[in-house]
Design a protein around this ligand. Structure first.
Ligand code: BGC
Length: 788
């Protein structure tokens, strides 16, 4: 699409002031008055910013996007939004106004200070109007606009927003307003002339939901002031709308946090450098309501100080995230697993804000590639994430290095370019191949594969060229940077990277990349490439076996994740798979039926166990209530997924505050297994996008019923099963346009059956023990990877 901004007439405009690398400044209010000479037929307002903007026309807010224009690598592209504003215009004087926030462009970025992309925010606007008499005119951002400071003294995504209601400036974006004392704006060409102007690609961030306070407690705060502590009952991303009645000039400090400490006070140590604090100065006497515009926090609790004894204060949490339909539901008879599903969903909601971030609260909030990769298939069950990922994959293309390397985080803010390595390493940079494949499998979207094909190719070729020695990736003799290992695994004697060798992880993921590339090339009709990557895959598998397997075919490294990866990615020979699986079970049993895997092994461990005849052990892990487990945080009040298994323990209290988020979705990757195997609803990579649905429930543990549903492009797909001593009652829904196959669980009689569109209900009877079939062989044994 061509840019709607006329290159000669529209200029980028800004305020004549700016902050510094560690100093914030106030939000500029910009306005332009113009005349409409007759009735309007159509009017479109195109807007974008380096920074964030909110626009107003004749005193009314334009659109409902939050944090427009979104986050991209502003050096390469910036998105614009287009709004039909005909109904907001009137004959005579009209006023177009905008506020400019710092956002990702020049606000604080992770732990690096401000101004990652530029020094101050800039606006670009173009209003195109057609009148009834056939004439057309445009109003663009240019030197004729005016600017002034208003009540927003500072606004930053990480730090918070400060608002002095005494400095409000009235109906500043309405006609008839006197702007004679306003300053002229600074106007000029784009500060990033190479940057493409593109229409918004992904879903916009919106105000999605309001959450009321669950408990409100007053506490004394010095002689003349009271404090209030509010619990919203749910950890989330967003901000608070407050309603206060207090005296003019009283300044409230409103802090946000995820937890309370042992004394019941707000715990903010884990936020690191994120101030996550708003300040509000009252104009006084009447009740006043305020919600910040250019910040968000990750929080369940807030506390406020600065109120007088008789002051009134209320707060409502406003949930913010990228707007995506909720497509999937999972429920079962175990309420703790239902809470786990809720925590996974809230983890997703809290972190799918513009890009998939690691966490919403501390001074980080970055698009970590590894986290997104492990969670992508779970994400695609819960919400329609197709456009969200398509946009992020474009960000990834922008972030790819000339060498083909994929960086740690996407977008990659300039500041991090000083890192001594350019490749994110195993399981992180592989997001480049795994994410498009996952989106293709879940939505049947070949476009995403096409768009990303050259990027994937360049990436995998780079791995072979620069990151491998004899097909071993991150070979310790050739490479000092081995990546993050099995991040936060508990088998590393305290080391964050866990105990699984990095070259093993690297080579396993490299094998998966090659196998997926071969399948992707086939899908796209690139037969030569398909053969090339199939051969590469076979060579990597050979190298893996030589280096990492014992002569009997066991995995020499002997960690849970080492076994999980070797089995999941089909790296052990068929004859050794059963022995490897038994070894994995022994490791788990020796650990008291507890999981020890980190980010890399966790997504696959239950599936590997189930596929290799150890469904009982998979359920022991899933339903395990003691530390470490998925349920342990829930038993301790978690409403989102914790970054670390040991984020808080009764013995140790809070983990090291330097890295302890309570809202990281990575371990929530177990969600896909709950849909696919507990309930039994999965996509089929061979007929993606649920053209063919795989119903393969694996009832087990203490669960007596489970159900899942998913809104697909073809319509609603659903399964429910109930079991008792005699049998398994199954209900299926298949939409027209789709086909399905039902695979009876091992313990039940019956053959796989084709299921036509419609609703179906049937009962399966338990097999007698003797006639139970052996576990099906793993679909990866010969090196054919299962969808990641
Ligand atoms: C982030 C992650 C990320 C990791 C990489 C952390 O600081 O929060 O989730 O993947 O670093 O090691």
């Amino acid at each position: 699409m061509e840019s709607p901004f006329p290159p000669r007439d529209s200029l980028w405009i800004s305020a004549p002031w700016q902050g510094g690398p560690r100093t914030q400044t106030c939000v500029p209010y910009l306005r332009k008055s113009f005349v409409v000479t007759g009735p309007v037929v159509s009017a479109t307002l195109h807007l974008t910013a380096f920074g964030l903007y909110e626009a107003e026309l004749n005193g009314r807010r334009v659109g409902d996007e939050v944090f427009a224009p979104g986050w991209t690598d502003y050096h390469k592209r910036v998105q614009f939004q287009s709004h039909d504003v005909a109904s907001l215009l009137q004959p005579g004087e009209n006023v177009l106004g905008a506020l400019l926030g710092d956002g990702w462009y020049c606000g604080y970025m992770a732990w690096e200070g401000r101004q990652a992309y530029g020094e101050k925010p800039w606006l670009l606007a173009c209003l195109r109007v057609r009148l009834a008499n056939g004439s057309e005119f445009i109003v663009t951002s240019d030197a004729s606009w005016k600017v002034r400071r208003g009540p927003i003294l500072e606004a930053d995504l990480l730090m918070g927003e400060s608002y002095d209601a005494r400095q409000e400036i009235g109906a500043w974006s309405s006609p008839g307003y006197d702007d004679s004392a306003w300053l002229p704006v600074i106007a000029g060409p784009s500060p990033h002339p190479q940057s493409l102007l593109v229409p918004r690609a992904g879903p916009a961030v919106k105000r999605i939901e309001e959450v009321a306070a669950v408990t409100v407690k007053n506490f004394p705060d010095g002689a003349n002031s009271k404090g209030v502590l509010i619990d919203f009952g749910q950890n989330l991303s967003g901000r608070a709308r407050i309603r206060v009645r207090s005296a003019r000039g009283r300044c409230l400090r409103i802090r946000f946090g995820e937890a309370l400490d042992a004394n019941g006070n707000l715990y903010v140590d884990n936020l690191r450098g994120a101030r996550a604090t708003d300040y509000y100065t009252c104009k006084g006497d009447e009740p006043e309501t305020w919600e910040p515009r250019f910040t968000f926090h990750g929080f369940r609790f807030l506390d406020v100080i600065g109120l007088a004894e008789d002051d009134e204060f209320e707060a409502t949490a406003i949930v913010l995230h990228s707007e995506m339909a909720f497509t999937g539901e999972f429920r079962c008879s175990n309420p703790l697993l239902n809470q786990l599903q809720s925590n996974i969903r809230w983890g997703q909601r809290s972190n799918f804000l513009e890009v998939p971030t690691d966490c919403p609260q501390r001074d980080e909030r970055l698009g970590w590639t590894g986290d997104a990769q492990v969670f992508a298939s779970t994400a695609a069950f819960n919400m329609d994430v197709r456009r969200f990922f398509a946009k992020w994959l474009q960000d990834m293309r922008d972030a790819q290095r000339p060498s083909g390397a994929i960086p740690l985080v996407v977008p990659m803010p300039v500041e991090f370019r000083h890192l001594p390595f350019e490749d994110a390493g195993p399981a992180w940079s592989d997001a480049c191949v795994i994410c498009p494949w996952t989106i293709y499998v879940c939505y049947g979207d070949t476009g995403v594969l096409k768009d990303h094909y050259e990027t994937m190719r360049a990436y995998v070729d780079y791995l072979g060229r620069e990151r491998c020695l004899g097909h071993i990736r991150c070979h310790p003799e050739a490479d000092s940077w081995g990546g993050f290992g099995d991040w936060l695994a508990l088998d590393g004697s305290g080391r964050l990277e866990g105990g699984t060798p990095k070259d093993l992880i690297g080579t396993a993921l490299y094998a998966n990349d090659a196998a997926l590339m071969s399948r992707i090339a086939s899908v796209l009709g690139h037969a030569d490439d398909a053969a090339f990557y199939a051969k590469l895959h076979a060579d990597i598998v050979k190298a893996f076996r030589l280096r990492f397997l014992t002569p009997e075919g066991l995995v020499a490294a002997g960690t849970q994740t080492a076994y999980v990866l070797a089995l999941h990615f089909g790296l052990v020979p068929v004859h050794a798979a059963a022995a490897c699986a038994r070894e994995l079970v022994r490791l788990i049993e020796r650990n008291g039926n507890h999981i020890a895997t980190g980010f890399v092994g966790t997504p696959y461990i239950l599936d590997v166990l189930a596929r290799h005849g150890h469904l009982d052990v998979a359920y022991k892990l899933l339903e395990q209530e003691t530390f470490p487990s998925w349920i342990f945080p829930i038993k301790n009040g978690a409403t989102t997924i914790w970054e670390r298994w040991n984020g808080w323990t009764p013995e140790g209290g809070f983990q090291d505050k330097s890295m302890n988020s309570f809202n990281h979705y990575a371990y929530g990757a177990v969600g896909a297994w709950m849909y696919e195997s507990v309930a039994g609803l999965a996509p089929d990579p061979a007929q993606p996008g649920y053209r063919h649905v795989v119903f393969r429930p694996r009832p087990g543990g203490g669960i007596t019923w489970a159900e899942a549903s998913l809104e697909t492009a073809h319509g609603l797909v659903a399964i429910r099963w109930d079991r008792d001593a005699n049998g398994l009652r199954v209900r299926l829904t298949v939409p027209s346009g789709a086909r399905a196959t039902f695979h009876p669980p091992e313990d039940y009689a019956g053959e796989p059956r084709t299921v036509a569109a419609g609703s179906h209900e049937f009962t399966l009877h338990r097999r007698s023990r003797a006639s139970s079939q052996p576990a099906p062989a793993a679909a990866g044994d010969e090196g054919c990877p299962v969808v990641a």
